[in-house]
Write a protein that binds this ligand. Structure first.
Ligand code: ATP
Ligand code: LTN
Length: 328
């Protein structure tokens, strides 16, 4: 079975966008791949974080993954900082990476503009991401389009290392969800719904209350035509609502368009809110049971053990190829 590996940064509360574009895709794939889902907490500290919030969010996110249907018997869950091999391999890869190629990373350029003090970690973070992937011989890496360049760096570093030292790493493939899965901010539908948005008015969080979900959807920005049809360019707000409905009901976008064709915007929003509330209430009920059950720590302890075993084997091979340490 091929291996799938992905991580969602604990840099904010998980959103409906994360569910539709990320988590639910992993749920669909869990029978087809041996899956590794980890929390890249060391990536989160490339920008300032509050320690108490970060600590709480790491476990909360794992609870949400489980509540969304990621089965602990089919996926290995672990926390990056609990496995020291990630940072160790990252260092060796840094010594095989070039300032020139790192300077071309577009996410660094974007994120560094928003920071007062730009850390070295923010600059080298894609190399740590390559280590996350290469330690486990991942075949496919599901991510958003913004991470494609980082997965390509991981491919380049794997090929470079293999050419220099002999076949050591699997060269991973990015797995990018289709355009339809891109959910937009409800207040600014030209922008993606994002967990690190400054205002959460246009962002539905997976643990939002029913009242907040309805309020956010009812006040979604639309247009003045009051006719429901799908046109991403001229009607981004309405198209976004239709997309959300289509993804949560597994209905084709054409069928959804047909279904809502005689609706006004108010009624459309009400029905979209109904399906979002139904889906998220189910996830939230499961999440509350999972938190009470102690399952999160159980799953993370098992995952930590397994991830360290796999990573150690790869790391030992790497240091022996490079000539580090002794007796290898
Ligand atoms: P950040 O704000 O920190 O960039 P984010 O919430 O925008 O975070 P990522 O952590 O970069 O998202 O992405 C994690 C996963 O969630 C990816 O698989 C990505 O495709 C998916 N995802 C995030 N936002 C959306 C969205 N609005 N629509 C569809 N998929 C999304
Ligand atoms: N950089 C990614 C999170 C991430 C990741 C990974 C994703 C860190 N390491 C390895 C896939 C594989 C992000 O910011 N979304």
């Amino acid at each position: 079975m091929k291996r799938l590996l992905t991580g969602l940064q604990p840099s904010g509360e998980l959103t409906l966008g994360n569910y539709i574009g990320g988590i639910s895709q992993c749920v669909k794939n869990q029978d087809n791949y041996e899956s590794f889902i980890f929390v890249p907490d060391m990536h989160a500290i490339t920008v300032p974080q509050d320690s108490d919030i970060l600590r709480e969010r790491i476990k909360k996110n794992v609870g949400i993954y489980l509540a969304c249907g990621l089965d602990p018997n089919k996926n290995t869950f672990y926390i990056q900082s609990e496995n020291l091999y990630h940072a160790n391999l990252s260092w060796i890869l840094e010594c095989n990476s070039y300032i020139g190629e790192m300077s071309r990373m577009t996410q660094f350029k974007d994120k560094s503009k928003k920071q007062k003090n730009v850390t070295c970690g923010l600059f080298t973070y894609p190399i740590l991401m390559a280590a996350d992937i290469l330690l486990y011989d991942a075949d496919v890496v599901p991510t958003g389009i913004d991470q494609k360049q980082h997965v390509e760096l991981a491919r380049n570093l794997a090929e470079r290392f293999n050419n220099k030292y002999g076949k050591t790493f699997t060269v991973p493939e990015p797995m990018i969800p289709e355009v339809g899965y891109k959910i937009k901010d409800l207040q600014n539908p030209s922008k993606k719904m994002s967990k690190s948005s400054e205002s959460l008015k246009g962002t539905i969080l997976l643990l939002d209350s029913e009242k907040d979900i309805r309020k956010k959807i009812m006040s979604a920005v639309t247009d003045s035509e009051n006719k429901v049809y799908y046109d991403e360019e001229n009607k981004p707000g309405i198209s976004n609502l239709l997309n959300i409905y289509s993804c949560l009901t597994n209905m084709d976008i054409k069928e959804v368009e047909q279904y809502f064709k005689d609706y006004n915007y108010g009624n459309l929003k009400r029905e979209v809110a109904d399906v979002v509330v139904e889906k998220l209430t189910d996830i939230q009920n499961k999440y509350n049971d999972i938190v009470k059950s102690g399952l999160i720590d159980e799953v993370l302890d098992m995952g930590k053990k397994k991830s360290i075993e796999i990573a150690k084997e790869k790391y030992d091979l790497v240091i022996s190829r490079v000539g580090l340490g002794r007796n290898n």
